[in-house]
Ligand binder design. Structure first.
Ligand SMILES: [Zn+2]
Length: 182
């Protein structure tokens, strides 16, 4: 777009900010750089609103994905617990997990350094844990191992049998705890 000098009226190329003929600073009647900016400025606020709309479903989708992930993890954990309790008894799995957890506290009492005790995980080493329930006596027999430091600070693995009984809502009793030398 060509423009004309407001002082001398000569046609001057757009790249000139100062008129090459008279030296007056060029004041352009039509400012091609600035004028398109103003019409586009108002549309920017509606487009901001427009871009906000797709954000909401995205946030929803993220929440749903997180929810599914949590459900999936819970499902994996519960299925592991279910399968670990299947061999041996018909009692609900929750009781056997509690029996196993309680047996650990009883076994720790027999150890020289209970703070170092590590028991097989029901998630990763469930094959190493055997919990059986005797319906006639109400006794749980837990067979597992424990890694713990001995008197010399060496970590050794010991198999054990713990017979425990639930005596109340949250109270358990150890009938027998036996550490088996390997
Ligand atoms: Zn001029």
């Amino acid at each position: 777009m060509a423009s004309f000098c407001t002082a001398c009226g000569k046609q001057i190329s757009e790249e000139f900010r100062v008129c090459p003929y008279c030296g007056v600073a060029v004041a352009r009647e039509s400012q091609p750089e600035l004028s398109p900016v103003e019409p586009t400025a108002p549309p920017t606020s509606p487009t901001v609103g427009d871009t906000k709309k797709p954000w909401r479903p995205r946030g929803c989708l993220g929440a749903i994905l997180v929810l599914f992930l949590i459900l999936f993890v819970l499902g994996v954990i519960s299925s592991v617990f279910d399968s670990s309790s299947k061999p041996g008894s018909k009692k609900p799995s929750g009781d056997e997990i509690a029996a196993y957890t309680m047996s650990q506290t009883f076994v720790k009492r027999e150890l020289q350094s209970p703070g170092t005790a590590e028991f097989p995980s029901l998630l990763w080493e469930k094959r190493d844990v055997r919990v059986t329930y005797d319906t006639s006596t109400g006794l749980y027999t837990v067979r597992a191992w424990v890694d713990a430091e001995n008197a010399f600070g060496a970590k050794i693995r010991t198999n054990h049998i713990a017979v425990v009984q639930q005596t109340g809502a949250d109270t358990w009793e150890a009938k027998r705890v036996e550490l088996l030398p390997r």
